[in-house]
Design a protein around this ligand. Structure first.
Ligand SMILES: Nc1ncnc2c1ncn2[C@@H]1O[C@H](COP(=O)(O)OP(=O)(O)O)[C@@H](O)[C@H]1O
Ligand SMILES: [Mg+2]
Length: 245
């Protein structure tokens, strides 16, 4: 079966796309699925930093420029989790042909991956919108603050003009606030809510998978729930909820 391609986009930068993409990747792998996380942010990539790969030489940039094949740009992080990072060579960036991204993604059609998660650049440029056009599902990462919500609204509108159907949002860095109804404000279903959590910062700084480093943290629970939902695994009900049923 062809992999399901899920793009994670946003209006504002710094909302947590790369963090969520990688940690959902770890979570999906823990559910015995095979997942590839792709950094499509050719101008400001940082998936490599978060994984500890640190400046890989062969990356998506080299694949797009035709100087490397895809297989040599894929790095296996652990069983079930693979990364296609993007390099930061300024010369490669100058020569980049982003239109080839569609061909690169099409090559995964018959691959062994169950899921491909695209970490999409923030904003409204062609570089942001293009990766979304190659996805089966587009989820916007939104923080519960007015600027992030307003920018997401714009991405939703521009995506619609491009014929892209944004399927939902993931609210990240959630703190109990007056912006609780982010989904209502954006008119989009809420696929998951990840709290603001120091555990995420610890995982980032130690370059360890959040779900292993802090398995009981609120953010781990939220990310595992999102991953289960993506894999179509029924929600775990608490004993209390089961009793009520
Ligand atoms: N739920 C969270 N709680 C705490 N910090 C977070 C959370 N999500 C992301 N961060 C932090 O926010 C910063 C920006 O995240 P990042 O994933 O790089 O955003 P983006 O890819 O959207 O630019 C990082 O320092 C990251 O560790
Ligand atoms: Mg990022």
């Amino acid at each position: 079966m062809a992999p399901k391609i899920i793009a994670l986009g946003s209006g504002k930068g710094g909302v947590g796309k790369t963090t969520v993409a990688l940690n959902i990747g770890f979570a999906i792998a823990s559910l015995n699925k095979n997942v590839l996380v792709v950094d499509t942010d050719v101008s400001l990539p940082n998936l490599d930093l978060y994984t500890g790969l640190e400046k890989p030489i062969i990356t998506l940039l080299e694949v797009l420029n035709g100087t490397a094949d895809i297989q040599s740009a894929i790095y296996t992080i652990q069983m079930g989790l693979h990364i296609l990072p993007c390099g930061s060579s300024l010369q490669a960036l100058r020569d980049v042909n982003i239109d080839k991204l569609g061909d690169v993604i099409a090559e995964f059609k018959n691959s062994e991956f169950d899921f491909i998660i695209l970490d999409v650049p923030a904003g409204l440029s062609r570089f942001s919108i293009l990766p979304m056009t190659y996805s089966d599902e587009v989820l916007l990462i939104v923080n519960p603050d007015p600027a992030s919500i307003s920018d997401a609204q714009k991405v939703k509108a521009v995506s619609a003009l491009a014929g892209i159907n944004v399927t939902g949002i993931i609210v990240n860095k959630y703190i109990k606030s007056i912006y609780e109804d982010v989904g209502v404000k954006l008119g989009l279903p809420v696929f998951g809510v990840i709290p603001q959590d120091d555990a995420i910062v610890k995982a980032r700084d130690t370059k360890k998978p959040l779900i292993l480093l802090k398995p009981k943290s609120p953010s781990t629970k939220a990310i595992l729930q999102i991953a289960r939902r993506m894999c179509g695994i029924p929600e775990k009900k608490s004993i209390f909820e089961r009793f009520l049923r």
